[in-house]
Write a protein that binds this ligand. Structure first.
Ligand SMILES: NC(=O)c1ccc[n+]([C@@H]2O[C@H](COP(=O)([O-])OP(=O)(O)OC[C@H]3O[C@@H](n4cnc5c(N)ncnc54)[C@H](O)[C@@H]3O)[C@@H](O)[C@H]2O)c1
Length: 362
């Protein structure tokens, strides 16, 4: 059974502030909203609609995801804390107007301590329905003032992180003439191909979906295709970019990797703690996933102010500087970049969160 109060957490950061179980029997809603930290402001993170095998599995997932959002939002420079929600059920079968609106009322009941957005199993159209009951909703459709597809700035941010890694390793940010392997050319991966080709990189891809590969090949017949992820890690690459699912960097793949840089959009690329050290020991520069894939959250967070693509893009451009700072701190403190990133996030949460101690009247 998951222990909420003593849930394991990264580094020396705090544990979860609040975990809310929400139930509406008539609509079938069973949701958990987890707020890890509001040190930097209201918590923000998406709602995952997923057929979890058990309540415990759902709870473990939401605790991990909400903590990760706190770190991501902190390093994205947002005035937002970390939270996340899960709805237990099959989105294909169980999603209904009543269920989403019931969920919206629970989000509203938190009075702005938690902002929701899309995640696996939820879409902008769902956010519009939730927003009929709550003002604390982002990731809405363009018709409702939303930012639209967040993969646009996610891919752009990953490209900025990759440029920072190139700068750190080769002394110049360009990827021109470098060979970049992308695992997964879905929403994020195929947009990353565009940035890389524009910059003059050679691109190698793989995807389990033939349609996804075909889409890239139609626009870029010069892009090389390999059979699968296993083949890609063994390919002669300068950069390896996981843009499919989590766990690509593990005890099997790390020893085989031929790339000098790892930088991609996928969440949770490190299969378990310790992989970051194995990468560092092999001299592979790892750009931490949650730092370089923050473009999407930057995009939806901008909606809170009234969406401006240019403003959001300018913020996503800063991923270059943040990634460079992490590499510098890693070198200075003699730790892998993933550890440096966590430290930097924790320092911002502590330094800025502490300011709430200065009393303001009202
Ligand atoms: N979309 C965003 O804004 C965003 C933001 C932050 C992080 N991410 C993360 O980036 C990753 C990609 O997201 P997306 O929105 O592009 O999703 P997506 O579903 O559009 O694309 C994922 C692609 O990976 C492919 N794939 C799945 N398993 C594979 C495997 N074993 N080998 C090769 N290809 C495989 C799929 O066929 C698909 O084409 C996910 O991990 C997601 O959590 C996305």
């Amino acid at each position: 059974m998951t222990n909420v109060f003593g849930s394991p957490h990264k580094g020396s950061g705090p544990s979860h502030e609040q975990v809310v179980f929400c139930q509406d029997e008539a609509s079938g809603l069973r949701a958990i909203i987890a707020i890890y930290s509001t040190a930097l402001g209201p918590s923000l993170g998406g709602t995952r609609f997923y057929p979890y095998g058990s309540e415990d599995e759902a709870l473990t997932d939401v605790l991990n995801l909400s903590r990760a959002m706190a770190y991501k939002n902190a390093l994205a420079g947002l005035d937002l804390g970390g939270g996340k929600a899960v709805i237990i059920g099959d989105p294909e079968l169980d999603k209904s107007e009543a269920l989403l609106r019931a969920y919206g009322r629970f989000v509203q009941s938190l009075n702005g301590r938690y902002y929701t957005a899309c995640d696996v199993g939820t879409y902008s159209e769902d956010m519009d329905v939730i927003a009929r009951e709550s003002t604390y909703v982002t990731g809405r459709t363009v018709a409702h003032g939303g930012a639209g597809d967040s993969s646009v700035l996610t891919a752009y941010g990953v490209f900025q992180g990759m440029r920072a890694a190139a700068q750190a390793l080769w002394g110049s940010p360009t990827l021109r003439g470098r060979r970049v392997g992308i695992e997964g050319v879905g929403k994020v991966g195929h947009r990353l191909v565009e940035h890389l080709r524009e910059d003059g990189a050679e691109v190698v891809i793989c995807d389990v979906s033939e349609a996804a590969v075909d889409r890239v090949r139609r626009l870029h017949p010069e892009v090389e295709v390999v059979a699968d992820g296993d083949a890609l890690v063994k390919t002669d690459l300068d950069v390896y970019s996981p843009c499919a699912l989590g766990g690509s960097l593990n005890d099997e793949t790390v020893p085989l990797l031929r790339a000098r840089i790892v930088c991609g959009g996928a969440n949770n690329q490190l299969a378990h703690p310790g992989v970051e050290k194995r990468l560092a020991d092999r001299g592979i520069l790892y750009a931490p996933d949650y730092v370089v894939n923050a473009g999407g959250v930057i995009q939806v967070a901008d909606e809170i102010e009234g969406f401006s693509f240019e403003r959001a893009k300018a913020k996503a451009t800063q991923i270059f500087d943040t990634t460079a700072r992490i590499f510098a701190l890693a070198a200075e403190e003699g730790v892998p970049p993933a550890v440096a990133a966590d430290r930097l996030a924790e320092r911002r949460m502590t330094a800025v969160g502490r300011l709430r101690g200065i009393f303001l009247n009202g």
